[in-house]
Design a protein around this ligand. Structure first.
Ligand code: AMP
Ligand code: MG
Length: 427
């Protein structure tokens, strides 16, 4: 057996050195360290049901009612007593009335009698079986039921959905449309939720101009402000936009102070490398508490996490794609935890055949931007969405997924199976 000479990886998988000038931290380690530091908000408020969408339930909701509260029909048809059915053949019934959803039959059903019934309508006392309308012949008030019925069929029992006293939704659940529906079903119109998390953002950079102004040589529009706003808003957070902060020590300090008085968390972009005009990391080191600052992912290596005063601080890189990738992979789970969401939606990964060649050097985990497609055969393919530079937002905009390439992975040849993370919601 000949041993191939392996090039030394730029940063081995096991490397977990942290801090200024240290090695690289793996993404999952970085995520865990951040999560270990997050203390969720606890203050609560009561909001109306519609306003509870996207909020986190503050305390468990137990049902005070049975849903449904009455035995109800699962079909349109005829309600009757199963004991009146014939075990050998068809049976005839006298039609004595009808039970509609919301308008129950008020009379009594006697032996050999039946009631016309609609889906959701109360099943009258003394009946226990519903026969589908397709399985009867009705002539005037005589209803002939075909053979082959099962006693008790098509009747939804009391509490089929949820019983009085049962747990409807646990504390810490992020409320999606299904939970809004369930809360309504159990009669809860006012919902105890955790207070909204407030996030202040600012962009650093002397070159940045707000949209609407004209650009001089060397200037660019501040795009991070908008992509960040979009992702924060989709998380259901309150966003405080502190605009563009010039690259000076004083302005950076002022921005931090303004942010910390107003927000639970601060998310900035730019100024976290060790360039001449990068004051974010420095400010955090001097006046706050820094968690780590280099993560083995591309794009997005330099990232600061720490505390400034009472606020959590996430210092994202300046490059627009790096901002989105690091937010999605690191900040999003942290903010969901801060919101108090205890059962976050699991990240979804899909295996797909890569149709394009992807350039990749071992050493960092990469999030390349791709277009995921489902083929008619049911398999998935993915291709690069274009130029993969960390400043190239166009390929991000064309993409519908991240192609997640593991740390040690080299170039990817067409036809190779890769792991893909569809952009769920935020991006
Ligand atoms: P920095 O991390 O501050 O060195 O920025 C890295 C790159 O991202 C530079 O090319 C910046 O011009 C660019 N950049 C930084 N902030 C923004 C922003 N808010 N919008 C668009 N590009 C930015
Ligand atoms: Mg900068």
């Amino acid at each position: 057996m000949t041993e191939a000479r392996q090039p030394e990886p730029a940063s081995p998988d096991s490397c977990a050195v942290t801090g200024h000038g240290g090695g690289l931290l793996r993404l999952d380690e970085a995520r865990e360290r951040i999560l270990a530091d997050i203390v969720p908000v606890t203050e609560r408020e009561v909001v109306s049901l519609r306003d509870a969408l996207g909020r986190v339930l503050a305390s468990a909701v137990h049902s005070t009612v049975d849903v449904p509260a009455h035995r109800s029909s699962a079909m349109d048809g005829y309600a009757l007593a199963g004991q009146d059915l014939s075990s050998s053949g068809a049976a005839a019934f006298e039609l004595v009335g009808k039970s509609l959803a919301g308008r129950p039959f008020a009379g009594r059903v006697g032996r050999g009698q039946c009631v016309r019934i609609m889906t959701g309508a109360p099943v009258p006392e003394a009946t226990d079986t519903v026969v589908m309308q397709e399985q009867v012949r009705a002539e005037g008030n005589r209803v002939v039921v075909e053979a082959g019925q099962r006693v008790g069929q098509h009747v939804r029992p009391v509490g089929e959905d949820i019983h009085r006293g049962d747990l409807a939704i646990g504390a810490g659940t992020l409320l999606h449309p299904a939970q809004l529906g369930l809360l309504a079903a159990v009669g809860v119109g006012q919902v105890p939720v955790l207070r909204r998390v407030r996030v202040a953002t600012f962009s650093t950079g002397d070159e940045l101009r707000p949209v609407g102004e004209s650009l001089a040589l060397g200037q660019i529009y501040d795009s991070n402000r908008y992509s960040l706003y979009g992702m924060l808003a989709r998380l259901g957070l309150e966003v405080v936009d502190l605009g563009v902060v010039p690259d000076t020590r004083e302005d950076t300090m002022r921005a931090f102070e303004a942010a910390a008085t107003r927000a639970d968390a601060i998310v900035s972009s730019g100024g976290v490398s060790v360039g001449d005009a990068d004051y974010v990391t420095e400010t955090l080191e001097r006046h706050g508490r820094i968690g780590f600052w280099k993560v083995a992912i591309k794009p997005g290596k330099p990232i600061a996490f720490g505390r400034f005063g009472p606020s959590y601080f996430f210092g994202l890189p300046g490059n627009p794609v790096a901002v989105m990738v690091t937010f999605y992979q690191l900040v999003q789970p942290a903010l969901r935890a801060l919101m108090g969401a205890v059962h976050p939606d699991p990240p979804i990964f899909v295996r797909a055949t890569c149709e394009t060649r992807l350039r990749k050097a071992p050493g960092r985990m990469e999030f390349q931007r791709g277009v995921l497609e489902r083929q008619s055969s049911g398999t998935y393919t993915v291709r690069s969405s274009g130029h993969q530079g960390s400043g190239v937002l166009h390929s991000m905009s064309e993409a519908n997924c991240f192609i997640v390439l593991p740390l040690e992975q080299g170039d990817v040849e067409p036809g190779t199976e890769v792991e893909v993370q569809p952009f769920a919601g935020l991006v």
